[in-house]
Design a binder for this molecule. Structure first.
Ligand SMILES: Cc1ncc(COP(=O)(O)O)c(C=O)c1O
Length: 495
């Protein structure tokens, strides 16, 4: 049996089952002075009295157990979360307060429009702001994630070509540096995915795309900045070529914290794009949602917007379901309202100047980390990066140290690891996105930890290959854990 709490540096915590003592009571409730309800009547079939080994503990034991576990959770409120492509930045608590106001959380989704004018007004306002940031004409807030935004955008592109009698345009060109969800969203729409190789410098070049364009071209789906953290500097010319061939340009705009306030997607030739509100505009990404992936479009795609759309009439707002060519409804009601309320609060707090500064700082911080580490880690594609930078384990491999080892050793040093082995175009990639919310001191601490690991990899590689040493569960047999997971606790004697 293990002791609770911290044993030296080892975090350990027994299960409640292991702490159980037969007959130990939980909270004591005074004998009621009203007749007792029959639990079977209240709970019906849900009532069980045969739970084997149900743990018996005092209230304080239970409280401490969960409190200790919660303290082991690594979160953005606990420290830097440099997870590239996920934009795990600090989210101001003010936005949480805004999203938890009773007028927002207590609203019944079927309330008639007249009863939710404030909420519809906020949806309208956010749509206008996203139009301004993107330079595009209309926005739908419905998609519940970036990937769903992609799916919706591609569906609208299909509807557009079909309405023009060009339904055979079914090919989507996707660079090898695109986010992984892009080909999946195109394929789910029944489109054929054609991979475009990027140049040696990690970006797309007009001559690489020209031979792939023809009258089957439906769209180019571009992640910009791409997953190498690089700005697609030929984007205008590439978009022109796609348009000339009759295709449309889709932008994966999940990385807008590298562009907003500085560059507008419309000026790059973009016809349709999605935002990740839960990356760029305050809600934490990760944990599987909920999220919000609004789609912005040029007017030529407006007939196909999902329903309902928000309409402003003089000073009031209403939801409109009458859109005959709409691709349909893609989410219940108007998407995840809590997420877009947070985004609006974030944008309104910062203002246009603040958003510009967010972009500046996100880019500055990523370049700072890159410059501070480039003499000890391999930099697979050189040049100025945008909001994230990519390193690799190429210089540590001779000592038998891999990217996974470096990531695990970072945990010993108190940091969440960065994204690893992505993007796929770089072998052993470490994808670091410090985000704009971190101070210089935090960035320096992270850099120092990474430099220590580089040093250890050279002088004492077993420290790195044996990491992590602090967590209760250290190195897992990953294959066994996946193939033969132990999902239920059993008393030791029955194992
Ligand atoms: C560039 C990019 N595109 C698309 C997505 C997909 O977004 P979601 O996870 O909300 O589906 C992500 C997620 O991080 C992303 O970074």
């Amino acid at each position: 049996m293990t002791t609770p709490g911290r044993t030296g540096l080892i975090l350990d915590e027994p299960l409640l089952f292991e702490r159980s003592r037969p007959g130990r009571p939980g909270p004591a409730v005074e004998t009621p002075d009203v007749p007792e309800a029959d639990p079977a009547r209240v709970l019906g079939a849900a009532l069980r009295d045969d739970i084997e080994d149900f743990p018996e503990l005092s209230e304080i034991d239970v409280v401490r157990h969960y409190t200790r576990l919660s303290q082991w959770n690594y979160s953005i409120d606990a420290g830097l979360y440099p997870l590239g492509s996920c934009t795990m930045k600090y989210n101001p608590k003010l936005n949480e307060v805004a999203a938890s106001l009773p007028g927002i959380i207590d609203v019944h989704p079927l309330t008639p429009d007249a009863g939710v004018q404030g909420l519809l007004g906020m949806a309208w306002e956010l749509e206008q702001i996203l139009c301004e940031i993107s330079g595009l004409d209309r926005v739908t807030l419905q998609p519940a994630a970036g990937a769903q935004g992609e799916f919706v955008g591609m569906k609208m592109i299909r509807a557009y070509h079909a309405a023009r009698g060009e339904g055979e345009r079914n090919r989507v060109l996707i660079p090898d540096t695109a986010h992984g969800t892009n080909p999946a969203s195109a394929a789910l729409n029944g489109m054929e995915v054609v991979e475009v190789r990027s140049g040696e410098d990690g970006i797309l070049h007009p001559e690489l795309i020209r031979p792939l364009l023809d009258d089957r071209t439906s769209a180019l789906m571009l992640t910009n900045p791409n997953t190498l953290g690089l700005f697609e500097s030929h984007v205008e010319e590439v978009s022109r070529l796609v348009h000339e061939a009759g295709g449309l340009v889709y932008l994966d705009g999940a990385n807008m914290n590298a562009l907003m306030g500085v560059a507008k997607p419309r000026d790059m030739g973009v016809d349709v794009m999605h935002f990740n509100l839960h990356k760029t505009f305050s809600t934490p990404h990760g944990g599987g949602g909920p999220g919000s992936g609004p789609v912005a479009i040029r007017n030529l795609l407006a007939p196909y917007l999902p329903v309902p759309v928000v309409r402003k009439e003089r000073d009031s707002y209403r939801l409109d379901d009458e859109l005959p060519h709409s691709i349909g409804r893609v989410h219940a009601f108007l998407g995840n309202a809590g997420i877009w309320v947070r985004a609006l609060a974030y944008i309104r707090t910062l203002g246009a100047k603040g958003l510009y500064e967010v972009t500046e700082l996100a880019v500055l911080n990523a370049n700072y980390v890159l410059e501070e580490l480039r003499d000890v880690y391999d930099v697979p594609r050189d040049g100025r990066v945008m909001h994230e930078c990519i390193l690799s384990d190429a210089r540590q491999q001779d000592a038998g140290v891999t990217t996974a080892d470096i990531a695990k050793r970072l945990m010993d040093k108190g940091f969440h690891p960065p994204t690893i082995y992505f993007p796929l175009v770089v072998s052993g990639a470490l994808m670091i996105e410090p985000t704009e919310t971190e101070t210089l001191e935090t960035l320096d601490e992270f850099v120092a930890a990474m430099r220590e690991i580089a040093e250890e990899s050279r002088d004492e590689p077993e420290l790195v290959t044996g990491a992590p040493s602090r967590p209760k569960v250290t190195r897992l047999d990953e294959v066994r854990a996946a193939r033969r997971p132990r999902l239920r606790w059993k008393p030791p004697e029955s194992e």
